[in-house]
Design a protein around this ligand. Structure first.
Ligand code: AMP
Length: 466
């Protein structure tokens, strides 16, 4: 099961209510997960939780937020995936034990959760959900029964293989932990009267806070009584920041591991023109994910930027009946062409990524029906050839179009006049982080952690060695 999520934690010095700030921060992270949302707060004595299926405004109303009393708390939004869409999998997850209660919110995906779960079940632990977060919670509680928080989390890190940016409450202490390779993002900020930790810095901006820094891979930060302390529990030689956060997942206004996502995408757009120049009348994005790339491409090439497609932002979930005509309706419901902008013209169509190829094929089909003369597709991600095991809901290897077809083959399938993907080198340079500190698993098939049946990079430490 994939876990693409957004997490947030807030710790106030005084009795300011944390729930409202968490609620706003979750709004800022809504793009990271639309399936469910939840908030847990602690007032020093009691823990309170509210979570449910749906978008943030569907789950919480004003009265709910007022009832969630507590000056420290965490929140979570979860991504819609094919399996595991159940209320039991909503987070934060609460686990009570002899010495108290922990509440935990997790972004990432464990590779060894099945083994860990089997081991814990043999010890008599009962699981209520099928999420790997519950495995983390049980392991943590098991350690906390006998050890300090620091030693417990150290042991946790030693056991977990995969990606995890965690925020959790141990009584009224807020704790943030990032896996030793820093695969998923996590950063901390200062807000009026306290601190915030969040998947993306855009959530700190929403609270009028200041980004302090990213949580360092392998670091645990404990927030309490208006201050925070850092514990560097393990140190890896390299990081393995997920490139797909820069390509697609994160908001362009977020700064992740020191790089503003917007700038990265602009640079990718510019590099795309250098690597795959083309003569055309206009540069058009696939909205919204292709916009920043298209602006970068337009600036570098001098070709005018003009929108050829308009997205319906209120589409939400809709049902589509089977049949060829309805399929076209489905695309048109989501995207419509601005006919006069594209009719009779040669267009550079810029997209962030091609996964299965279905979206690109349908969009190009739509553009041709609106009279576009030529469609030159440029893609901000190199060909995606391998699945993601570390938290991006991508596709299986069978479904990944570039795993089976050459660039020319994909070009023919999507019916483009030309197709150009950014190179891996070009992508890495555009991100601005050394290649050894990035996870490029979906682009190379070489992963930063051991995954059964897949290749593991030599230069990166295997988490199991900790
Ligand atoms: P496909 O039709 O499978 O080629 O999907 C490509 C489209 O999906 C592009 O418009 C991407 O912006 C978008 N996309 C890429 N990765 C994801 C993801 N993990 N979740 C949802 N959409 C994605």
């Amino acid at each position: 099961m994939h876990e693409e999520c957004g997490v947030v934690g807030v710790s106030f010095k005084k009795e300011s209510p944390a729930a409202l700030s968490i609620y706003y921060a979750l709004y800022a992270l809504q793009h990271r997960g639309q399936e469910s949302a939840g908030i847990t707060v602690h007032d020093g004595v009691q823990v309170r939780t509210l979570k449910g299926m749906g978008l943030v405004p569907d789950v919480f109303n004003r009265g709910d937020i007022q009832k969630l009393k507590g000056h420290v708390g965490i929140g979570h939004v979860r991504y819609s995936t094919t399996g595991g869409s159940r209320i039991e999998n909503c987070q934060p997850l609460l686990v009570s034990f002899k010495s108290g209660t922990i509440a935990i919110a997790h972004n990432g995906n464990l590779v060894n959760s099945r083994d860990l779960r089997t081991e814990l079940e043999k010890e008599g632990r009962i699981f209520l959900s099928d999420s790997d977060t519950e495995v983390i919670a049980h392991l943590l509680v098991k350690e906390l029964m006998h050890n300090s928080l620091e030693d417990s989390v150290k042991e946790l890190i030693r056991r977990l293989i995969g990606s995890y940016s965690l925020v959790f409450l141990v009584d009224n202490r807020l704790v943030a932990v990032r896996d030793p390779l820093g695969i998923k993002p996590l950063c901390i900020g200062r807000i009026d009267n306290g601190f915030v930790v969040a998947s993306e810095s855009a959530a700190i901006d929403i609270l009028s806070g200041q980004l302090i820094r990213d949580v360092v891979p392998g670091e645990m930060i404990i927030f309490s009584n208006g201050s925070y302390e850092s514990h560097q529990l393990v140190k890896s030689r390299n990081a393995a920041h997920c490139v797909f956060e820069y390509i697609y997942f994160a908001r362009p206004d977020s700064i992740i591991d020191g790089e503003l996502v917007y700038n990265t995408r602009m640079r990718i757009g510019s590099t795309l023109f250098e690597e795959h120049p083309v003569k055309a009348n206009i540069v058009s994005p696939v909205p919204d994910s292709g916009i920043t790339y298209a602006i970068g491409f337009s600036k570098k090439s001098g070709i005018d930027y003009m929108e050829g497609l308009m997205k319906n932002r209120y589409i939400g979930r809709t049902f589509i009946m089977p049949g060829q005509d309805m399929r076209e309706t489905a695309v048109r419901l989501k995207l419509n062409t601005i006919k006069p902008n594209i009719e009779g013209k040669s267009i550079v169509l810029v997209e962030d990524s091609i996964v299965r190829g279905t979206t690109s094929r349908r969009i190009i089909d739509l553009m041709r029906k609106s009279g576009t003369k030529e469609v030159h597709m440029r893609v901000g991600s190199p060909p995606i050839i391998s699945p993601c095991y570390l938290g991006i809901d991508m596709a299986t290897r069978e479904e990944l179009i570039a795993a089976h077809k050459s660039v020319k083959g994909v070009e023919a399938l999507i019916n483009a006049d030309s197709l150009g993907y950014i190179s891996i080198d070009g992508l890495v340079k555009s991100i601005g982080i050394p290649e050894d500190d990035l996870c490029l698993g979906c682009l190379t098939g070489i992963y930063p952690v051991e995954i059964p049946g897949e290749r593991c990079g030599k230069r990166q430490l295997k988490l199991s060695e900790f």
